[in-house]
Design a binder for this molecule. Structure first.
Ligand code: RIB
Length: 348
């Protein structure tokens, strides 16, 4: 096995310098650092990270558990978290819970066994696993995007109710009155809050909410398509639909276009997330934007702060810190998938 002594000789530096480079325990010039890494590559030297973490008490890794990596929203969010973690010198271990509580719990156990320095959760909605982790392991945790009830830690969210209100208000401003809503799973609070904003906008406009126009999806493509087909089959179909995420909006668009009808001429559609998908589809999707980069940056900054401050040590001494609850604004992004009801009439 290649030794640190051989690396030092190859690089033409002291063993101490190699140790400082590998363990990041002291500044080493870029020139010498590159020489050490070049020697490590040439000799296929693998530093013993486990030994390093035993010495430093840190693995410089962050665990990230998210609900559904196949959803571009989470893929983009994870990328931004990984980018930000890298700037702080942390590697990110990403786990896909697939919207499943048992899988989420299993990944919590795996990440804890890997001695990650902190955890970032997009909760699947159920609280138990997170509170157990918080209470039992005293590991720094920050939650983002989905707020389980009664959790005691820092959390970074958006104003989901405002987002749903913005979507419905926009469709009302185009003259639509029969506006449907395809929600995500009712257990997931962001979805319920978006539907609440949709209801508030209709009620504020004096429109009685027709419960037949509110359908429950699962945040995935197929449910958008299925629920849109149902809405189109109603005796008095809607002229516009707000879907609680972009993936379901694309499913709804497929249902319309497969029936030989058109978006927005026959149905206006507004999504939610402003994920990369929303610009890759024709017509481009009008949607409600989540400030993903800002959320990711804030989430990582809060976690690194907790790791550095050894938040859990303070908790052990009974000094319960003030937990931060940050709520960011959403924004309507107008593209091509909506049309005013007057113009629709002219087109038909
Ligand atoms: O698209 C997935 C949805 O679940 C997003 O709107 C996000 O907010 C998450 O909660």
């Amino acid at each position: 096995m290649v030794t640190i002594k051989e690396v030092a000789e190859k690089a033409g530096v002291s063993i101490t310098t190699v140790s400082h480079v590998v363990n990041e325990t002291r500044y080493v010039s870029d020139e010498l650092t590159e020489k050490v890494y070049e020697a490590m590559r040439d000799l296929s030297y693998r530093p013993n990270i486990v030994a390093r973490s035993l010495r430093s008490g840190q693995t410089k890794t962050i665990g990230l558990i998210l609900p559904d990596i196949s959803n571009p929203f989470f893929a983009e969010f994870s990328r931004k978290i990984e980018d930000k973690g890298f700037t702080f010198g942390y590697n990110v271990i990403l786990c896909n819970a697939d919207e499943d509580d048992d899988k989420q719990q299993r990944y919590i156990d795996v990440l804890l066994s890997k001695q990650v320095d902190g955890l970032i959760f997009f909760s699947t909605g159920h609280l138990d696993a997170i509170n157990q982790t918080l209470d039992k392991y005293d590991i720094p945790v920050v939650i983002t995007d989905r707020e389980p009830e009664g959790v005691h830690t820092d959390i970074v969210l958006i104003d989901n109710r405002m987002g749903g209100y913005q979507a419905a208000r926009y469709l009302l401003s185009l003259g639509h009155r029969r506006i449907a809503c395809i929600s995500g799973p009712s257990l997931i609070r962001p979805s319920a809050q978006r539907v609440g904003g949709y209801r508030a906008a209709l009620e504020e406009a004096g429109i009685e909410v027709d419960e037949d126009l509110i359908r429950t999806g699962n945040f995935r493509f197929d449910s958008g398509e299925t629920q849109m087909r149902h809405l189109m089959s109603l005796p008095n179909p809607p002229t516009a639909v707000f879907t609680c995420n972009d993936v379901m909006a694309l499913g709804a668009m497929k249902a319309v276009q497969s029936a030989g009808l058109r978006v927005p001429e026959d149905f206006s559609i507004v999504g939610f997330d402003n994920s990369p998908l929303s610009q890759m589809v024709y017509p481009q999707l009008t949607t409600i934007s989540q400030p993903v980069k800002e959320m990711a940056d804030l989430t990582v900054e809060l976690l690194v702060e907790k790791i550095d401050l050894k938040d859990h040590q303070k908790r052990n001494k009974g000094l319960m810190p003030e937990y931060k609850r940050i709520v960011l604004d959403t924004k309507l992004v107008i593209r091509e998938s909506c049309m005013s009801i007057a113009r629709e009439a002219q087109k038909n």
